[in-house]
Design a protein around this ligand. Structure first.
Ligand code: ZN
Length: 443
């Protein structure tokens, strides 16, 4: 093939492919290109932008818990046979099933490795095995067994929106019966951290308390705040005045069940306050933007596009937003929100909910739209005593790298980008785009 110097948008680069119109189908070379790209993609040290590392008996891996008997999509069930491949790759698991007898091997093997790699060394060793340089730990609190240098903390900010009597909120459905008490628990922990035994009497004092938690969490290593508000209420946010929020706060801070309308109005004010504080204090705002666990998760009320009025509001241009899970299954719409300079997408969960053949199409569409605004994440989570965050990390990372190499191979074969450019895009997605957001605080 001819080497051509292409001048595009003022940037000059050497291209190994002939500039011609892109074609609609990959050629017969696509498999070969994939085989060339995959090992190079696997060598790129990754930054995992969304994960819940920890052991299965650690209640702090998330601020909430899965509701009992919740439906799980096929690939995310703990009987997914791909998890056997994960156990083989990480722990030399010698069996082809997870029968209770065989599963004992895995429990014993992990216990032995924890002895050989004590303290923070165990999970650092897991990251080394999957070639992840650093992984966000989106957790209620950080444990002493994760290395803060490789597991930067993303803490939860939702609890500030539920300070009143939550009888009505908890009774809405069985899922909220699990979720809302955990928000109350989280708020109590923030109050303990700030040595508050009761809520401040006035809104000013309450906002002050929130600001102190943000500052203290940053001092403890927090790099971003996370909302999973879509699990608890619709993600349409009105724009109430401070006066209105003050009136509601004074009425209910010391007791009484607010009407749904009043409660949501107050929450809308707090959400916007946190978004502004995120900009002021350089704490990017992560927002769960996809379907969620639990049978009562309301997809239409938490549609990622509901966030558009906040994301495109010029008042918040100083706040960096990360749409966790990239709006899945509405990721096609969601990528256009990244037109805003301060809005990024994270692909985690998409790579676990979908098989690589489908996730490849998601990534390709994103890479073809805003390749500088998309970030890699696994959403790893400990399944149970046998299958942990380790196997989940492996499956998420392997699936993402395969889908990425496949998407890029198609783009090269279809004459959209050169192979050199494809590798630059791989680095950007797996590592560089996310790291840039944190202004030197992560690597
Ligand atoms: Zn998550």
């Amino acid at each position: 093939m001819k080497h051509t110097l292409v001048v595009s948008c003022g940037i000059m680069f050497l291209s190994s492919f002939a500039p011609a119109q892109a074609r609609p189908f990959p050629g017969s070379d696509v498999e070969q290109i994939y085989q060339r790209l995959l090992p190079r993609v696997e060598k790129i040290p990754a930054f995992d932008h969304h994960a819940h590392p920890g052991f299965s008996d650690d209640a702090d891996v998330d601020a909430m818990a899965a509701p009992p008997n919740a439906s799980a999509a096929l690939r995310t069930r703990d009987d997914n046979p791909e998890l056997i491949a994960a156990a083989k790759a990480l722990f030399e698991y010698p069996y082809a099933d997870f029968s209770p007898e065989h599963a004992k091997y895995l429990i014993a093997k992990k216990a032995e490795l924890k002895k050989q790699h004590p303290g923070v060394a165990y999970f650092n060793m897991i990251l080394d095995k999957i070639n992840t340089e650093s992984s966000v730990a989106n957790r209620a609190m950080m444990p002493d067994y994760l290395d803060g240098k490789r597991f930067p903390w993303v803490f939860f900010a939702d609890a500030f929106m539920w300070p009143f009597n939550n009888e009505r909120e908890t009774a809405r459905n069985p899922d909220e019966g699990v979720f809302i008490p955990l928000q109350e628990k989280m708020l109590r922990r923030w109050m303990q951290q700030e040595k508050l035994s009761t809520l401040p009497a006035k809104l000013d004092g309450y906002l002050d308390f929130i600001a102190h938690v943000l500052v203290d969490n940053q001092k403890k290593g927090g790099i971003a705040m996370k909302f999973e508000v879509a699990y608890f209420r619709p993600t349409t946010f009105s724009d109430p005045t401070r006066q209105r929020a003050e009136t509601i706060y004074q009425q209910y801070a010391s007791g009484g069940v607010p009407s749904e309308k009043d409660y949501r109005t107050f929450q809308d004010y707090i959400f916007r306050y946190l978004v502004e504080e995120g900009g002021r204090s350089h704490l990017p705002v992560h927002i769960h933007s996809a379907v969620g666990i639990g049978d009562y998760f309301n997809l239409s009320q938490s549609n990622v596009m509901n966030l558009e009025s906040v994301l495109r509001d010029p008042r918040y241009h100083g706040t960096t937003f990360v749409l966790i899970h990239g709006g899945y299954p509405l990721e096609r719409e969601a990528v256009w929100l990244a037109a805003m300079k301060n809005v990024y997408l994270d692909s985690s969960f998409g790579e676990l909910a979908q098989y690589p053949s489908a996730f490849k199409d998601t990534l390709k569409m994103w890479l073809e739209t805003f390749p500088d605004k998309i970030t890699f994440g696994t959403d790893c989570f400990p399944y149970n005593e046998v299958l942990g965050a380790e196997e989940s990390y492996w499956l998420g990372a392997e699936s993402s790298r395969m889908a990425l190499a496949a998407a890029l191979a198609e783009m090269v074969s279809e004459n959209e980008v050169s192979e050199g450019r494809a590798l630059e895009l791989a680095h950007a997605y797996l590592h560089d785009n996310a790291v840039k957001l944190y202004e030197g605080r992560v690597h």
